[in-house]
Design a binder for this molecule. Structure first.
Ligand code: HEC
Length: 204
């Protein structure tokens, strides 16, 4: 009992002396039992930071960033439709260049070929795993389909096909469509499309 009283008095003394120090002024840094996230390895805006090459903590938005609250732009580039209508545009709203085609070929191989096949015939790798019903781009219906409608299919998906609007940006969707058209054109080609000197080498 004597020890308890002694320990109790000691405890009260310690508690009162620690509590009593709160609010006192001192030039020395406070004893920090719990850091309470006082120091954080974060970047402060507009401050120097040597983590990045240019020494700035603030980064520029990535290309294609749309400001929050920016008005939705009803342009064929974004919708695949004539502005203010529900009509699909027939042709690409972006300039057709060899760079666009190359980009489309690359993106097609990444996003579409496993289902629709490298040649666009609907016999991609997944056909080997019993997935069925992938559209064949050489169907007359799809050859005649307006570019805007294909854009719509990529953006929102169709029946069994999922939507790719969230993963493929609009510019790349048009690039894929340009490449898809090249696949269709190549499939429809006849021997007359081959330059005269190269015809002899064809395996007829
Ligand atoms: C997971 C497999 C899969 C992937 C990946 C895929 N598709 Fe499809 N796609 C389908 C299936 C299945 C259909 C048939 C949908 C249906 O039932 O009409 C289809 C249909 C289509 C159609 C025809 C739509 C119509 O109106 O009949 C187009 C065009 C098309 N896909 C383009 C693309 C393009 C371009 C990509 C790449 C960005 C792509 N697809 C990626 C499975 C896929």
């Amino acid at each position: 009992m004597r020890y308890f009283v002694l320990a109790f008095v000691l405890l009260v003394f310690v508690v009162v002396s620690i509590a009593g120090c709160r609010g006192g002024l001192s030039r020395r840094p406070p004893v920090e039992l719990f850091a309470d996230m006082d120091r954080q390895p974060k970047l402060r805006p507009q401050a120097v930071n040597r983590f990045f090459g240019n020494g700035l903590s603030s980064r520029l938005p990535v290309p294609g960033t749309i400001a929050r609250g920016a008005p939705y732009q009803d342009l064929p580039l974004n919708t695949g439709r004539e502005p203010g209508t529900t009509n699909f545009v027939t042709l690409l709203p972006v300039p057709l260049t060899s760079g666009l085609l190359a980009r489309g070929q690359e993106r097609y191989a990444i996003h579409c070929a496993m289902c629709h096949g490298a040649a666009g015939d609907g016999k991609g790798l997944l056909a080997k795993y019993q997935m069925v019903g992938m559209a064949n781009f050489h169907d007359q219906r799809l050859v005649a389909m307006p570019d805007g409608e294909i854009f719509n299919t990529i953006t929102h998906g169709k029946n069994l096909m999922g939507a790719y609007g969230a993963t493929i940006n609009p510019q790349d969707r048009w690039a894929i469509i340009a490449y898809l058209r090249a696949l269709q054109r190549a499939h429809l080609a006849t021997v007359d499309d081959v330059p005269e000197p190269a015809r002899a080498g064809l395996n007829k």
